[in-house]
Design a binder for this molecule. Structure first.
Ligand SMILES: Nc1ncnc2c1ncn2[C@@H]1O[C@H](COP(=O)(O)OP(=O)(O)OP(=O)(O)O)[C@@H](O)[C@H]1O
Ligand SMILES: [Mg+2]
Length: 242
């Protein structure tokens, strides 16, 4: 279970309040979708959860581990796929995967099986011997996804993971997310693709201007909105400027 309690984050010495007193509980075994307009605070929230940005206030606890007080332990049980696959360009794909596997202490046997399985699934097995700078955006994204699946995380957190993925890889990723949840893991991801969120997520939160404006199951979100139809209608209605 992931608990965010009253977290806030400002940039530029407090002039930009990116995340404003946010409370959220994400249960183990659920896929949680994080939606919101550009600049709403999704990436900022995600970076605080994974330990890249320190919250100004509040606490983040994953399975009893305080993400900021016990950061190394927390990092060992989190897998993070950032919105931009900026990785070590001068390494070969396989070198990058081995480096990540070393960092997480994944055994030789286990990494071999997983690298084989996921690189084949994402269709990058033939380029693992190539240098990463020669990869396309989607190929880099798939390498990062493969690396994030090498250890056995409690929390799999992804920032707009479908961007740049071809339809088959996107389908495979959704299947993987579902499988992780079935194993009792927590999956938290941000997206602008409302159809994906509607179909895939057990629960959804919508953030706007740093605050959660709605959260719950699709059914519960429908109750918030006047137009009880698609997530797109609900999203547009709730995020409309007054
Ligand atoms: N490094 C930074 N310095 C200053 N302001 C920032 C920084 N990063 C983000 N912001 C501001 O914080 C707010 C939230 O940004 P954030 O990146 O969290 O939004 P987002 O919901 O991820 O948006 P998008 O959908 O475009 O990815 C925005 O107003 C943004 O301009
Ligand atoms: Mg973002």
């Amino acid at each position: 279970m992931l608990t965010l309690k009253n977290i806030s984050k400002s940039y530029n010495k407090g002039s930009i309040k990116a995340v404003d007193n946010l409370d959220l509980v994400i249960n183990s075994g659920e896929i949680f979708g994080f939606l919101g307009p550009n600049g709403a605070g999704k990436t900022t929230t995600i970076k605080m959860i994974v330990g890249l940005l320190k919250p100004d206030e509040g606490s983040i606890v994953l399975d009893g581990v305080d993400v900021w007080r016990d950061s190394l332990k927390a990092k060992s049980i989190i897998s993070y796929v950032p919105d931009n696959p900026e990785i070590y360009d001068r390494l070969k794909g396989i070198e990058y995967l081995n480096f990540i596997a070393d960092m997480y202490g994944v055994s030789k046997e286990e990494r071999k099986t997983k690298i084989y399985y996921y690189s084949k699934l994402f269709n990058i097995e033939d380029v693992l011997g190539d240098i990463i700078s020669s990869y396309s955006h989607g190929m880099k994204q798939k390498l990062v996804l493969t690396s994030a699946l090498l250890n056995n995380p409690s929390l799999f957190i992804l920032d707009e993971p479908m961007v740049g993925l071809d339809p088959k890889s996107s389908f495979n990723l959704k299947e993987i997310m579902r499988k992780l949840c079935d194993e009792g893991k927590t999956v938290f991801f941000s997206t602008h693709v409302l159809e994906v969120a509607e179909k895939l997520c057990d629960r959804i939160a919508i953030i706007n201007k740093g605050k959660i404006i709605a959260h719950g199951t699709m059914e519960e979100l429908r109750e918030h909105a006047k137009e009880r139809t698609s997530l797109e209608n609900i999203f547009l209605e709730l995020t409309e400027d007054e």
